[in-house]
Design a protein. Structure first.
Lengths: 347, 333
């Protein structure tokens, strides 16, 4: 309200003096006395309104984007308003969720999402196994143990790691991890077959990719735990280990869990690493050294091939994308809820 | 005091565990750095001898020795430029609205929540959005009879194909939507760090809201916004999946608009208008293409392409860090 008063008392000094005289002095005519300065329409004020409106339009674009994504996925996957039918109007939801074969490119077509989900689960699981503990331990070290000098070196370097394009990680998985790490280790030493494209190499690289994300988000919450809590821990006779693991980490648990969920959602949505490194086999197999197709890799596979637009294979792309979108959205929403619900508020 | 030796030994073991834990955490911290080093070294090693002057001046070729990044480099450059043109005003505008104008109501908090969620949507989903909205325009224009909208300007005619098809403008719009949430969130943080007293002083001197923002708040938050924008753009430059979705070609033997040097722009300014509507390839697409070739020699070409891409990204990141460092000292509240 203060703002509006200030805004009102703005243009030509002459007018202001006259107007304020009108409003403040006891004028015989009451209708004139009530005239507000704020209400007057001037060129400047209209311009302000226009700017405000256009900025509001910019802010609305984010909502339009969300609606656009929902509309595109919904009309192609669930229910079409146009001439062409949507995916779920031709394939039942029941088949999509329970069938164990995913063979859109074969003569006998089966559309069961389970093999793709299993592939995604394998890659994400391996990534989580590597990325989450390493990221968290790194965050604990940076926030509790590291000198500020080391931190100033490590943090920007981790930022570089976070900025590497995923296609580079994919190259790394295919050209380095599989032939120089996995094959000597598993095929050479243990005698297990390692496919050139396999879920493990992609999973390892996705894991490396999410390390910076986990460690920087977790470090922020660890550092926001107030000093007093740590000092109380030391006063009770705790060692640095006790204080870090039994006081600081539990106090920051909600933030850590949120960062884990965000990282996993990133791993689920990761495309190029798995498209390059994990291959395109849709066999239902738990073996992580075999090729596995994830949801994202399937989308890439269909769109870069010569699948005719409008065919059922092509529409399956949207159903898979919708599943992927719902998964990542759910993870993001849960992560925000965890943050809000379980956040410890310190003064 | 009979428990003292037991206490001592337990304390020693607790400290031992503490040291083991610290070593574990340290190695976890170094793991990322070591991985970065291995990644860099292996790529430099693979690309050794393949990165020379002709790599920059050659178009792509089926012969690995003659393959180059010329088309991809120009494609990436134009893509980045257009993405920046779309993203910067909209991103900053949205951030200014949310930070400076918006009242704390349901709509505002919904937009805020929506931004956080959009930032987590996989990039390939944006690719699908771009494919439907920009490349095909919901199929509103039949593909068989391509419609071209002609706008005559004083020196040339602007030809806009409808739908856009897999052209630079489709790619740039898609990438803009992808990085907008990140840009908005970064710009908001930067605006929030401008002290309110600055705004109060400007308003008290009689400035309007917009005058306050334009001449006080925005200049004060430029370093933070610029850093956020550059980092987001460098992310856009490395994105492959959305461009793959919208159908960016992997093999093309022309640069966008036929522009191959800055002299070309001066000689034929009209070609500048062809740029947004020409088909294109870009660095990450090219790298992906080379990786998927069976011929082993192309793995080396891919590594050389990665070096060029990473070099460009490093340059952008270094600029962002430089801006942050430069302005950190000069602004004091």
């Amino acid at each position: 309200m203060l703002l509006e008063t200030i805004l009102g008392a703005r243009p030509e000094a002459e007018t202001i003096r006259r107007e304020s005289a009108l409003t403040t002095d006891a004028v015989p005519n009451p209708s004139k006395a009530r005239r507000s300065l704020v209400r007057r329409r001037t060129w400047l004020r209209s311009k302000e309104q226009l700017i405000r409106l256009s900025l509001f339009g910019c802010a609305l674009i984010s909502i339009v984007t969300t609606l656009g994504i929902l509309y595109v996925l919904f009309t192609n996957a669930v229910y079409s308003f146009g001439r062409e039918s949507a995916f779920f109007q031709e394939v039942s939801l029941r088949e999509f969720l329970t069938e164990t074969r995913w063979t859109p490119q074969f003569a006998e077509k089966h559309f069961g999402i389970l093999p793709l989900l299993l592939g995604t689960l394998k890659v994400t699981g391996i990534a989580a196994l590597i990325g989450l503990p390493v990221g968290l331990a790194g965050a604990i070290y940076l926030s509790e143990y590291a000198s500020s000098r080391l931190r100033n070196i490590v943090k920007p370097t981790l930022e570089i790691l976070a900025g590497i394009p995923t296609v580079v990680y994919g190259y790394f998985a295919l050209v380095f991890v599989t032939p120089y790490v996995l094959r000597p280790l598993f095929q050479g030493l243990l005698g297990w077959d390692v496919d050139l494209f396999n879920a493990t190499s992609a999973g390892i690289c996705v894991g490396i990719m999410i390390i910076p994300m986990v460690s920087s988000l977790s470090e922020d919450v660890l550092r926001s735990v107030p000093r007093g809590l740590r000092e109380a821990g030391y006063a009770l006779g705790g060692t640095k280990f006790d204080v870090s693991v039994k006081v600081v980490v539990p106090a920051a648990l909600s933030g850590i869990v949120a960062s884990f969920l965000l990282a996993i959602s990133r791993a689920i949505g990761e495309t190029m690493i798995v498209a390059i490194g994990a291959g395109f086999s849709t066999e239902m197999s738990l073996n992580p050294l075999k090729s596995a197709q994830t949801m994202t890799a399937y989308i890439v596979n269909v769109s870069s091939g010569d699948t005719p637009v409008g065919s059922i294979e092509y529409k399956s792309l949207y159903a898979v994308a919708l599943t992927l979108f719902l998964f990542t959205l759910a993870m993001n929403i849960v992560s925000q809820m965890v943050l809000r619900r379980f956040r410890e508020v310190y003064q | 005091m009979s428990n003292l030796p037991e206490f001592q030994s337990r304390l020693a073991s607790r400290h031992r565990w503490g040291r083991i834990f610290e070593a574990f955490c340290l190695s976890a911290t170094l793991f990322g750095l070591i991985m970065l080093a291995i990644l860099m070294i292996s790529i430099v090693w693979k690309s050794w001898g393949w990165l020379d002057g002709s790599f920059f001046t050659n178009f792509d070729s089926r012969k690995p020795e003659e393959a180059g990044v010329k088309a991809a480099l120009w494609g990436s450059l134009w893509l980045l430029l257009l993405t920046a043109i779309f993203t910067i005003p909209i991103g900053i505008g949205a951030a200014v609205y949310l930070e400076e104008y918006a009242k704390k109501n349901r709509l505002t908090s919904f937009i805020q929540l929506n931004l956080a969620n959009l930032a987590g949507v996989p990039s390939i989903v944006y690719g699908i959005l771009g494919l439907s909205v920009f490349v095909r325009m919901f199929g509103a224009f039949p593909l068989e009879e391509k419609k071209v909208l002609e706008l005559s300007l004083w020196f040339t005619t602007l030809e806009i194909p409808l739908p856009f098809g897999p052209t630079i403008i489709s790619g740039a719009l898609t990438l803009s939507l992808l990085i907008l949430p990140v840009v908005i969130i970064a710009a908001q943080e930067s605006l929030r760090s401008v002290p309110p007293s600055l705004r109060h002083a400007a308003l008290a001197l009689g400035a309007t809201e917009w005058q306050t923002i334009r001449s006080q708040v925005l200049p004060a938050s430029v370093p933070g916004i610029a850093t956020g924008v550059i980092l987001a753009l460098s992310r856009a430059m490395g994105e492959t999946a959305p461009l793959l979705m919208i159908g960016a070609v992997s093999f093309i033997a022309t640069t966008p608009g036929g522009i191959e040097s800055f002299g070309d722009i001066i000689r034929n300014p009209g070609s500048l208008l062809e740029v947004p509507f020409s088909r294109f390839t870009c660095l990450p697409m090219k790298v992906y293409d080379w990786i998927s070739f069976a011929k082993p020699a192309f793995q080396h070409v891919a590594a050389a392409g990665i070096i060029v891409l990473m070099g460009a990204l490093l340059l952008m990141n270094a600029t962002a860090v430089f801006i942050r460092q430069r302005f950190r000292g000069s602004i004091q509240w």
